[in-house]
Ligand binder design. Sequence first.
Ligand SMILES: Cc1cc2nc3c(=O)[nH]c(=O)nc-3n(C[C@H](O)[C@H](O)[C@H](O)COP(=O)(O)OP(=O)(O)OC[C@H]3O[C@@H](n4cnc5c(N)ncnc54)[C@H](O)[C@@H]3O)c2cc1C
Length: 427
Amino acid sequence: MPLREECLWEKLTPQRPDNTALRGEVKVDVCVIGAGFTGLSAALHLLEKGRSVCVLEAHRAGHGGSGRNVGLVNAGMWIPPDEIEAGFGEAVGSQLNRMLGAAPALVFSLVDKYNIDCQLRREGTLHMAHNAKGEADLRSREEQWKRRGAPVELLTGKACEQATGTQKIAAALLDRRAGTLNPMAYVTGLANAVRGLGGQLFDHSPVTRLERVGQQWSVQTEQGAVLAEQVVIASNAYTEGDWTELKRNFFPGYYYQVASVPLTEDAAQAILPGGQGSWDTRQVLSSIRRDQDGRLLLGSLGNGNQKPTWFLKAWADRVQQHYFPHLKPVEWECTWTGRIAFTPDHLMRLFEPAPGLVAVTGYNGRGVTTGTVVGKAFADYLCNGNPQALPIPFAPMQPLAGVGLRSCLYEAGFSLYHAGQCLRIVI
Ligand SMILES: Cc1cc2nc3c(=O)[nH]c(=O)nc-3n(C[C@H](O)[C@H](O)[C@H](O)COP(=O)(O)OP(=O)(O)OC[C@H]3O[C@@H](n4cnc5c(N)ncnc54)[C@H](O)[C@@H]3O)c2cc1C
């Protein structure tokens, strides 16, 4: 079977709404640009507080990273909590650690409250040590999170083998706060909830211009405009057009995934038997999870659209055979890629370029929970004006130098690493 270029989550979310484009003028309290986790969480929490909201989406809800990701509902950031506090200072760092540590619980509560059918599993995640250095890193993370009272546990020996389903991993950090979901179904559920609360959501409405008109903002599309007191720019890594400086504040990187056909029940159950989603400690990491139908999903950093399908298959075969050699050869069904907004220090940026205008970027590949949290924080801040609502303070917009060059160098590094894996130079 040839490997199809298709996002599995789209196929598994058949009830995706396709709203009409904005025509004419709409007046609301808040206009949100971008219908991903950030924009829709902002819209939902603003509506809950009684604000009128209009969301403008260039394509359809979930077109960006929110519809294409691995679906790991992570607690915390990539960077360990001690380093966050060292970097931001204790007050801000501990607030960020607290908010993102509790972020999966926020996602779970929205799923429950709005009855979102997104194949959510709350069994946690497993960060898997692929070598001794990785194990030392996980031991340190375990100690840091335990000091903060988080329910994490480093599994070793038989317990680790039973949880991961592989003998190639010596230790795995189980984070019981976390989980997995179908991200397209989650973002679709948020969009439905926004509409259910009376929010207006226009698809196929790329913003082309944003300007101050008296005390209001005019957000323009090709065929219409929204007049609003406040605006949330939530277009992140997928920002289109030159109406904002945002896209000069991150450099784009990519992440691809390859999904198998549904495996037999025994074969599927042998992979991550506890139902957790996982990723390993490699610098060019591999993510590993199963979906509701027993497909094996593997992913890694890099742009799959620029690689031949035989290469993607060879890489997926290699990772599968390395970690799960007991499986019969796996048939790969589909592959897709998404764009990630990276920052040089791997930390997100919040901006308030003018009063009543807020923006965010740079989740660095951790946005299921972060986007949900930031959207809610923006809603709180826009309603009460209290910056304490935000996970980190606003920063000035600061265009990055050498964005194109950075992206190219990263991509080249990822490809070399994957080629090394296929050739068994990298084990
Ligand atoms: C392949 C991949 C795997 C990932 N895996 C994980 C994971 O397992 N766990 C995790 O936590 N995070 C993961 N991430 C990161 C996460 O998906 C993103 O950080 C998150 O989805 C960002 O959400 P967002 O709402 O901020 O932006 P997006 O979801 O990108 O939404 C932005 C929206 O803005 C729209 N837009 C752009 N320009 C305009 C315009 N001019 N007018 C109107 N609308 C516009 C876009 O069409 C898009 O729909 C992954 C990302 C990728 C790409």
